[in-house]
Design a protein around this ligand. Structure first.
Ligand code: AMP
Length: 503
């Protein structure tokens, strides 16, 4: 038997019953006592319909009901399946079918799209609009006692963003989820009761995960009125709430920094960034605007938000002789999490040597959902094989190179796109850049840079000169392609496969 994650809410409701729990925009919707009450009634409504460990899909834009549904699922002994609301109907169909969800909760705009899938998804019994009367009725009955949970019971099925191929369902257990929450406190940040979390990023992913430590310490979950990420709205919300944390992909941090004006950010406590590379130039620009309020995490669905972290103190330690290298890294292994950089035979490599990043510890998934072949492949020898390449330094800082499939081999030498991208971003007229390999009869592959200009288009000769000043000659792009925008997936990751197709 282990502690049910839903216990975190019950505890906060006991210790801080009157503190605000949920807000939409600037308006508080309920206190912790009220939220816990609603959750136990909603759980009872779910338990009347479903059996322990059944999956409940959430195809919902960001909304306050996200928080109550996650906790109601756990309270009732069920497994939540949060699904990114901006996926394609075919992807919804695949995930609903693969997870075997019996109920699916949706927000207004998604009712039609999901309801029409009921015919093709055999096990899906009902689609419920969280703003409709049926939802209200579900939560109208008597409360239930919290269901007991085992450590390995599934709590959250997390579907990978699938930059290549079909998304895979990652089975995150009660143990995995609890470990990630405790790791937030050990290595990312402290949360005081009454601090706020603004959900500018999708609650189906990282932002939703950070709901959990905030509920554990009676923080206020704030859902922007727009339900999404709008820099003007975020700056306005910073005037309404205090002790504010946000989880933001690096592209979102950049949009906040580039947003004109000098809004007061005194209420901003922390921006946790991760999910994709944060370039040193962008990180410094963010600190120039917000102060030393940045913390980084590196994780993946398979070890949610929890592989390595770099806290605010390292971001602020500007006098350190290796400050730049540290900023370019993803920090240290989380407390209680082991990170190894290994060769193809899973043997540890020495500091400075590049290999695949392997991880083990309590946050690491139990398995992929209903996919023993992929589980055996990814979890072999007791380690999670992340598919990310990187190296450790003598001080234990992990630097990510690129995913093995993104590495470019030119004239027999390995080139990691990120290294080239870091250099090109130092040019003031470069807003965004992504580097890929193009096959070449002479070199095997050559480096091509896709550049989004800021204002006027930078001269290729200037970009070349910048590269020659900073990196080996063979890493210099052979061509620069200027584009309006980089193709990105629903969580903001640049789709290098799409760029390669353009070549
Ligand atoms: P997902 O499972 O969709 O969260 O994607 C996880 C992947 O995002 C990781 O395997 C990395 O390739 C990438 N990623 C996550 N965090 C970082 C970070 N801090 N810096 C660079 N890449 C990251």
């Amino acid at each position: 038997m282990s502690v049910n994650v839903a216990q975190l809410l019950a505890r906060s409701a006991h210790v801080y019953p009157a503190l605000p729990a949920l807000a939409r925009g600037g308006n508080v919707i309920c206190t912790y006592a009220e939220l816990a009450g609603r959750v136990s009634r909603l759980a009872a409504g779910l338990a009347r319909r479903l059996s322990p460990n059944d999956r409940v899909a959430l195809v919902m834009g960001n909304c306050p009901q996200y928080v109550e549904l996650l906790f109601a699922c756990w309270h009732a002994g069920l497994c939540a399946v949060p699904i990114h609301a901006k996926l394609h109907p075919k992807e919804f169909e695949y995930i609903l079918d693969n997870s075997g969800a019996r109920l699916c909760f949706v927000t207004a705009g998604l009712c039609g799209a999901i309801a029409s899938l009921q015919a093709s998804v055999a096990r899906l019994e009902e689609v419920i609009d969280v703003d409709g009367p049926h939802y209200a009725a579900l939560a109208a009955g008597a409360p239930m006692a919290m269901a007991p949970r085992q450590a390995d019971d599934p709590a959250w099925l997390f579907y990978t963003s699938g930059t290549t191929g079909r998304p895979k369902g990652v089975t995150l257990t009660q143990r995995n989820v609890m470990a990630s929450i405790l790791n937030y406190f050990s290595d990312v940040d402290a949360i005081a009761p009454g601090d706020a979390l603004i959900h500018g990023a999708p609650m189906s992913h990282g932002s939703g995960f950070y709901t959990l430590p905030h509920v554990a310490h009676a923080g206020l979950n704030v859902v922007p009125e727009s339900g999404g990420f709008d820099p003007a709205e975020i700056y306005a919300l910073l005037q309404a709430h205090r002790g504010v944390t946000m989880f933001a992909a690096p592209t979102m941090v950049k949009r906040l920094v580039d947003f004109p004006g000098d809004a007061d950010t005194a209420n901003l406590k922390t921006i946790v960034y991760g999910g994709g590379p944060m370039y040193v130039a962008d990180c410094k620009a963010a600190m120039a605007r917000f102060g030393y309020k940045l913390a980084q995490i590196y994780g993946q669905g398979e070890s949610p938000m929890t592989i390595t972290a770099m806290g605010k103190a390292i971001h602020a330690d500007t006098a350190h002789p290796r400050y730049e290298q540290r900023l370019a890294s993803v920090g240290h292994a989380f407390t209680g999490v082991e990170v190894m950089v290994a060769d193809a035979g899973d043997k540890p490599l020495r500091a400075g040597e590049i290999g695949e990043i392997l991880v083990r510890g309590d946050p690491v998934m139990l398995a992929y959902w209903d996919n023993p072949a992929a589980s055996a492949e990814t979890l072999r020898h007791g380690w999670l094989h992340t598919g990310d390449m990187g190296c450790l330094d003598e001080e234990g800082f992990l630097s990510l190179k690129d995913r093995s499939k993104d590495m470019i081999i030119s004239g027999g030498s390995n080139i990691y796109p990120r290294e080239v991208e870091e250099v090109l971003l130092r040019h003031p007229a470069v807003s965004e850049v992504s580097v890929v390999g193009q096959s070449d009869p002479e070199w095997g592959e050559v480096v091509i840079a896709f550049v989004v200009a800021r204002g006027s288009q930078p001269e290729a000769a200037d970009l070349d000169a910048l590269c020659l000043d900073n990196i080996a000659r063979f890493k210099r792009p052979k061509a620069y392609r200027y584009v309006e925008a980089l193709p990105k997936n629903s969580t903001g990751k640049v789709l290098k496969t799409e760029l390669r197709k353009l070549l």
